[in-house]
Design a protein around this ligand. Structure first.
Ligand code: ADP
Ligand code: MG
Length: 396
């Protein structure tokens, strides 16, 4: 267990500068944040600190700036959105690695908030440079990591800084992510069902391998299923198939036995377009020239039934090309089944950016036990890999 924010004595917070690594990597268009989900997710930690008289200094990355400062990736739009959400002014630190920034943090009033410019404007960030981490550490008297979505990267603001600035504790979002993902993985209510989809098995092999010994079933959809179909010797038409993974797919099937549940049929089309002619066929009846873009209704029902009967469900990756209706049908069916399972008392967890987007699109986010804010981080956690940003925090 990692040391938490609540474990800190009030005297260790009051008047002190809390350096908080958040994940404010939000979509921005024309200088305006278009989805503030990630900012909202960090508000409980920020509020807790402000209420206890801390001076809150926030750091985050934004996008992938290639070489140094780039106005397209400036945090300034986030400053404005955060001010709106907090109803309080936020001091912008244009160069958080500077002496001037450290001075500005000391001038913050109790309960005051500052946000630094994009940490990835510094080449040392992604190199986990201890010298840059020293500069960041000068912005606070203790460290809080609430950036679960960045915890799988050992960067100066997530890893090296936590080894310098002590105490180094987890924020509320971080705790919530670790609790739900950890419970699902280590103490699942049974049956424990994983639903996996998405484009490529190459990115999910470690996940399948790691989940197999833990779960009661893996329901597999998405284009990944086509690689398994081909490995079984079936015709897959123009479906997305990873030819170089066929052996791997065969080995996984042999190892998994009954646990691996593949779609019995597919919704197919000749072109990936809204309004294109579609057919629902058995998996052994995909004609040449057609591609699988979704699971078929019979598979939807079978998957939904397994999900509704589960004690724990973890879902990563859409069942089809959900961006292009009607191929969103299977993905929406899984989303609704997960909401029903949650209502029936199951613990339901979604990791993966596209699956989370599909659930948000269906308006079901609030009916899932936990929708992870970290796509890559949740994947690595479920693969059983240690997250460097978590490992660097103090033990409780
Ligand atoms: P997540 O972000 O939830 O982890 P992935 O990134 O692995 O999911 O995969 C999402 C992508 O997989 C989506 O863009 C979706 O269109 C694509 N996909 C799913 N099923 C198919 C399919 N049958 N054919 C082609 N692409 C598919
Ligand atoms: Mg994705």
């Amino acid at each position: 267990m990692k040391r938490t924010l609540e474990s800190l004595d009030p005297a260790a917070i009051e008047g002190k500068r809390a350096l908080v690594r958040v994940d404010f990597n939000c979509p921005i268009k024309d200088g305006v944040v278009t989805d503030a989900t990630r900012i909202r997710a960090a508000l409980p930690t920020i509020k807790y600190l402000r209420d206890r008289g801390a001076r809150v200094v926030l750091l985050s990355h934004l996008g992938r700036p290639k070489s140094g400062p780039d106005p397209r990736y400036s945090m300034q739009p986030v400053v404005r959105e955060l001010e709106r959400l907090l109803g309080a002014p936020v001091v912008f630190l244009p160069d958080p690695a500077s002496e001037a920034a450290a001075t500005a943090t000391r001038r913050l009033p109790r309960g005051g908030v500052a946000l630094g410019e994009n940490t990835r404007f510094y080449p040392g960030e992604e190199r986990n440079d201890p010298a840059l981490a020293e500069r960041f550490a000068a912005l606070g008297d203790f460290y809080v990591n609430d950036a679960f979505g960045s915890a799988h990267r050992a960067h100066a603001s997530t890893e090296a800084v936590a080894r310098i600035l002590k105490p180094a504790v987890s924020g509320f979002l971080m705790q919530q992510e670790l609790r739900y993902l950890g419970e699902a993985l280590h103490h699942p209510a049974r049956p424990f069902v994983a639903v996996l989809g998405g484009a490529k098995i190459s990115g999910k092999i470690d996940l399948i391998e790691a989940l197999l010994p833990r779960v009661d079933a893996i329901l597999l959809g998405g284009a990944m299923a086509c690689t398994f179909f081909r490995a079984m010797g079936l015709e897959t038409g123009t479906s997305l198939v990873e030819e170089d993974r066929l052996d791997m797919a065969r080995q996984l099937m042999a190892k998994a036995g009954d646990k691996l549940v593949l779609p019995g049929g597919a919704v197919i089309a000749q072109r990936l377009e809204p309004g294109a002619e579609t057919r629902a066929v058995r998996r052994d009846a995909i004609p040449p020239g057609w591609a699988m873009y979704d699971i078929d209704p019979a598979t939807e029902h079978a998957f939904a039934e397994r999900i509704r009967g589960a004690g724990t469900v973890v879902w990563n990756g859409p069942m089809g090309v959900f961006e292009t209706p009607p191929f969103d049908h299977g993905t929406l069916a899984v989303a609704h089944a997960m909401a029903a399972a949650t209502a029936g008392g199951a613990t339901t967890v979604i990791g993966g950016g596209d699956s989370a987007a599909a659930v948000a699109q269906a308006g079901l986010t609030d009916r899932i036990s936990h929708v992870s804010t970290g796509g890559g981080a949740s994947l690595e956690f479920l693969e059983g890999k240690p997250l460097p940003g978590v490992a660097a925090l103090d033990e409780a």
